[in-house]
Design a protein around this ligand. Structure first.
Ligand code: GDP
Ligand code: MG
Length: 487
């Protein structure tokens, strides 16, 4: 059962995450966790425990994150697809819950053609109160060589299902909000759509592209860093039940041609629609489109259909394999970058928390606020790193307070401590400055000053502590000497 696997000693954690087990066939290695959801009053509920447990896990916290997310309306086969993605993952990758996975069936990942589908629950669940972000509780693990640095890199791969309404009753703003959240927290955003791309569906990307536009502008204005900064990584339009095979064939190639046509800017279009197109192109490193065939009538008509592969139409089988291979094979994994920096588990956790919080209020978070908290969080992470290093240096040094049996003068001691502080401070500031980050010159200055102030405070505490200790020891020593001399 799930609990057995998650309390596996490798997990190192006795608590069980709140896994929803609604499907009749439970999955042996994990379950969906509602990391964040909207209640009936549109309040946001965040599962902090699961968040911490997942990303602070010893096997995850220092790994670069790859976050694959699917987003779109209800009952359009998102969970169904993600369940097959899980099957692919368990055939090709080890995971936190299954670290000894022998991976014997890498190429034959579908396995038993008659096996019922399990994973993210994919039946029912068409109610409004399940909107939010659902994470697969198990995290996949991979080691691969970074093509640039040639170093072996450890990756943690997560799968997410971001449920928006995307129905006609929901305002474009609400849809655009959940879409922006999904985009902020993923490296690959799959936009699951039915039939064709509609104009209003492009508009759901508005807030995400507004964020991107703002971030790029800030960056251009101030930074000397890389010019081709794009805030987001991969966006995939996944078209389900594709029909127009005469003009566009199933798969990646047909998708690319179709998308080129959809994103083509026509001067006759209203300005807002032209803008959305322009910024979709500028916001993402990679924009893809994949055309999926209809899965066959067993899937849509049989209420008792259990998801087995054999019942899928042949076209669907072929394209499903192609899609998942191109999405999930090791060399195509996209690392999550925030402000142009790849993030590891613990950092990702920090960003998730601030983003979820930003979406917590009923008010729609403002773009500059969202960007502001992103920059703030980035600097927080760097400042903490520098500060901890400073603290470690101070904590690792022993200071002689006597020369022979002579007590050092207080001002000599103070000079020594000052010297230690200066060196440790220089080192901390260097860590801060060397770290690649995005922000304005004003940001850089502001947070450097903040770090300097923190270091000074720490220094004063340390100095006061040491002086106290010195004074104590000296007093005891002198009292002893007096006692001795009196004897
Ligand atoms: P979700 O709400 O988007 O996660 O949708 P589900 O994955 O729960 O699927 C809803 C229903 O659609 C299920 O009965 C699936 O069998 C069916 N389904 C899955 N994939 C497809 C597809 O590509 N096309 C169609 N028409 N139905 C599908
Ligand atoms: Mg679903």
């Amino acid at each position: 059962s799930i609990s057995q696997v998650l309390t596996n000693p490798v997990g190192g954690n006795e608590d069980e995450p709140e896994v929803q087990q609604t499907s009749e066939h439970s999955h042996p290695y994990g379950g969906p966790i509602n990391l964040m959801k909207f209640d009936e009053h549109e309040n946001v509920i965040i599962d902090e425990d699961s968040l911490e447990r997942t990303f602070n896990h010893p096997l995850v916290k220092d790994r670069k994150i790859v976050a694959v997310s699917i987003i779109g309306a209800f009952r359009k086969g998102k969970s169904f697809l993600m369940d097959y993605a899980l099957r692919y993952m368990y055939a090709n990758y080890k995971s936190v819950a299954f670290p000894d996975n022998p991976l014997t069936s890498k190429t034959n990942w579908v396995g038993n053609l008659e096996e019922p589908l399990t994973g993210f629950t994919w039946r029912g669940g068409a109610s409004r109160d399940t909107t939010g972000v659902v994470l697969w509780s198990d995290v996949f693990l991979d080691e691969q060589k970074d093509p640039k640095t040639k170093k072996i890199e450890k990756l943690a791969i997560i799968l997410m299902d971001t449920q928006g309404l995307f129905d006609t009753k929901t305002s474009a703003t609400d849809n655009s909000r959940i879409f922006a959240l999904g985009t902020l927290i993923s490296s690959v955003q799959i936009f699951n759509l039915n039939d064709v791309i509609q104009e209003n569906q492009l508009e759901y990307l508005h807030m995400a592209t507004d964020f991107a536009k703002f971030a790029m502008k800030q960056h251009k204005k101030y930074s000397k860093g890389s010019k081709n900064y794009k805030p987001f990584q991969t966006l995939i339009f996944l078209m389900r039940d594709w029909q127009n095979v005469v003009d566009f064939e199933y798969g990646n190639q047909g998708g690319a041609e179709y998308l080129a046509q959809v994103l083509n800017i026509d001067p006759k279009q209203p300005k807002t629609l032209q803008d959305v197109r322009k910024y979709i192109k500028e916001s993402f490193d990679q924009r893809l489109c994949f055309l999926m065939p209809h899965p066959g009538f067993e899937v849509v008509n049989n209420n008792n259909y259990d998801g087995r592969f054999s019942a899928l139409s042949e076209d669907f089988q072929t394209q499903l394999k192609d899609f998942l291979y191109s999405l999930l094979q090791p060399k195509n994994l996209k690392k999550k970058k925030i402000l142009n920096n790849e993030v590891v588990g613990t950092e990702y956790l920090e960003y998730l928390k601030v983003y979820f919080e930003a979406f917590q209020s009923n008010e729609i978070p403002k773009i500059d606020t969202l960007h502001g908290i992103t920059v703030r969080k980035q600097y927080d992470i760097v400042m903490t790193e520098a500060f901890i290093e400073y603290q470690n240096i101070l904590g690792g040094i022993t200071i002689d307070i006597q020369i022979g049996d002579q007590w050092k003068e207080k001002n000599v001691l103070e000079q020594e401590m000052n010297q230690i502080h200066q060196n440790a401070k220089q080192n901390a500031i260097k860590i801060f400055k060397d770290k690649k980050k995005l922000g304005s010159e004003a940001d850089e200055k502001k947070y450097e000053d903040e770090l300097r102030a923190k270091l000074e405070t720490k220094f004063n505490e340390w100095k006061a502590f040491n002086f106290n200790k010195y004074q104590e020891l000296k007093t005891v020593d002198e009292a002893n000497k007096i006692k001795l001399s009196e004897m």
